[in-house]
Design a protein around this ligand. Sequence first.
Ligand code: PMV
Length: 316
Amino acid sequence: PAVGVGRSHAKAILLGEHTVVHGTAAIAFPLPALPVRAIARPGRSGPREVCADGHFRFLAGEAGEGGPPSGPRVAVEEALRRWGMTGVLVEVDVECDIPLARGLGSSAACAGAAVRAVADLYGRALDAATLYDCVQCGEQVAHGRASGIDASAVLAHGPILFQRGTARPIGIAVDAELVIADTGVPGSTHEAVAGVRRTLDADPRSARRVLRRATELIGSAATDLSEGRVAELGTAMFDFQDLLAGLGVSTPRIDALVTAARDAGAFGAKLTGAGLGGCVLALTATGTAPSVSAALRAAGAVRTWTVTARSLRSPA
Ligand code: PMV
């Protein structure tokens, strides 16, 4: 074909961001309601990367030119290298419905859709491991040191428990709704990950305590999720938020949204993704997402999305 197409979607982390970079598990789920579509064509010359809200275009495959490459371009160049196509120039157009730099995995999702589109263009078989590895190469550029949870979750069809490069599907038996609220503030994953590393390195004893506590919270949350204990899961989210605040990645705006969710009766709430801006995730009883969303907007959220736990049970 003259063009290749590829898709991916956003993700949200329920628990375990940041500590997952240091070896704990983390729980994440895909958000198919926020898709990314990519179209690949044989490349022509022109600017290496052009970006305008939600849409960007890049040329991959020509070494040593242009500014620092974006994660998606690195991912596509890794795929071309693996296919022995290093001399090939390919143009990729990406339409991204995911707000950028909000902890929803936009960089990994754009990379995933782009690599799928290029594989489709050249009729290359793309196994899950190769796709993950290519997206991960891009993520290392975007995050500094990426755990791999974003690459896994944006390519997954259902909730996952991720640890040290391995994702496995996780059962969901809770009956609840999840509200995602955008602070409207972009947060730099690179800066947040570097800051957490400095905090942990500065005090190894307290770092061990934090990672032990995170491991406990994530372990019991995985069981609560699969056995339907929604109130306990919510408490773990509030506790994990306290832990992330202690690592320096919360902000007054995030704190205000977490408090608003709590006051509106949410079981739990916390930042999701890297923090320093980005989004807050709240766990609510079925039927109460509209009132919790309204409270979050009244407290400063620029937009909200709702996902039912039921929709996460059956693979998309
Ligand atoms: O904010 P995002 O979507 O880039 O999420 C990053 C998750 C971190 O745990 C903070 C980093 C990582 O690589 O795991």
